[in-house]
Design a protein around this ligand. Structure first.
Ligand SMILES: Nc1nc2c(ncn2[C@@H]2O[C@H](COP(=O)(O)OP(=O)(O)O)[C@@H](O)[C@H]2O)c(=O)[nH]1
Ligand SMILES: [Mg+2]
Length: 245
């Protein structure tokens, strides 16, 4: 199997992270980079302890600058690209993304540049989301897809696996999103650069511990991002070297 590194951004996830790591460590050939944003609840120390327990398979990146999901992913991706891994994965820490789906997502990278763990294709599902949150996510995807013409059904999923070359080709330093919109921006730029996107169904389970960090500011950024993307000429520039097919 291809060697895979899972990047897990954390902010106040001390109850969830040990459970997630225990599950991930059952997967052969999988390593983890935890990117902690100086969580006030001590998630960073929990991550360091887990790294000692699973020496060689877990690394922790402690961020100190401005907090943000997008910024965390950029720092994490750069660190992972310095290592010889074949597949880079993105996954939430709150147990919404079941590690048991990971082998199917990783396997699908053999015929795709980006594989999305998708709630909105046949076989996908959402468990324990209130009606309001379901509607918000559905609406967000319809809105994003109609403005950007992205082909994926689930453009906001944070459960993804990338073929190394496809991720390495993304001009991360030109990205403007610093929050959750980063996920949409990544997908947009990847599709514009000719990446093959494939969706694999997942069952998304709402967190039991901790709280969601989705705020009004996050929603506002998400409403503006699709328009910024379609208006940005840089996003349409093709890469000199397309990801290998
Ligand atoms: N490093 C970092 N991680 C974050 C930040 N905001 C959210 N996360 C993590 O991103 C993942 C998804 O966040 P969550 O609040 O569950 O979003 P939701 O599932 O859309 O409600 C979780 O692992 C969070 O801990 C942040 O500012 N920095
Ligand atoms: Mg969540």
């Amino acid at each position: 199997m291809a060697s895979a590194m899972v990047i897990v951004p954390t902010y106040n996830e001390r109850a969830n992270l040990p459970v997630l790591i225990a599950e991930l460590m059952k997967q052969a050939g999988v390593r983890v980079l935890v990117v902690d944003d100086h969580s006030p609840d001590g998630t960073g120390e929990v991550a360091d302890q887990l790294a000692r327990e699973h020496s060689g398979r877990i690394t922790v990146l402690h961020r100190t600058g401005r907090r943000g999901l997008g910024r965390s992913y950029i720092d994490g991706i750069k660190q992972v690209l310095a290592e010889p891994v074949d597949v880079l994965c993105q996954m939430d820490a709150d147990l919404s993304h079941d590690p048991r789906h990971l082998p199917a997502l990783i396997a699908a990278t053999s015929a795709a540049d980006v594989v999305i763990g998708s709630r909105y294709i046949a076989g996908g599902a959402i468990v324990n989301w209130p009606r309001r949150r379901r509607l918000l996510s559905r609406f967000a995807n319809i809105y994003i897809r109609s403005v950007t013409r992205l082909s994926a059904r689930d453009c906001t999923s944070g459960f993804r696996c990338w073929r190394r070359a496809a991720l390495a080709a993304l001009p991360l330093d030109t990205f403007f999103s610093d929050g959750y919109s980063f996920l949409v921006e990544m997908l947009f730029v990847a599709e514009r650069r000719g990446c093959r996107v494939v969706e694999v169904p997942i069952t998304f389970v709402e967190r039991r511990e901790g709280t969601s960090k989705v705020s009004r500011a996050v929603l506002l950024e998400s409403a503006i991002t699709p328009w910024r993307l379609v208006a940005s000429p840089a996003a349409f520039r093709k890469a000199p070297h397309e990801p290998s097919r």
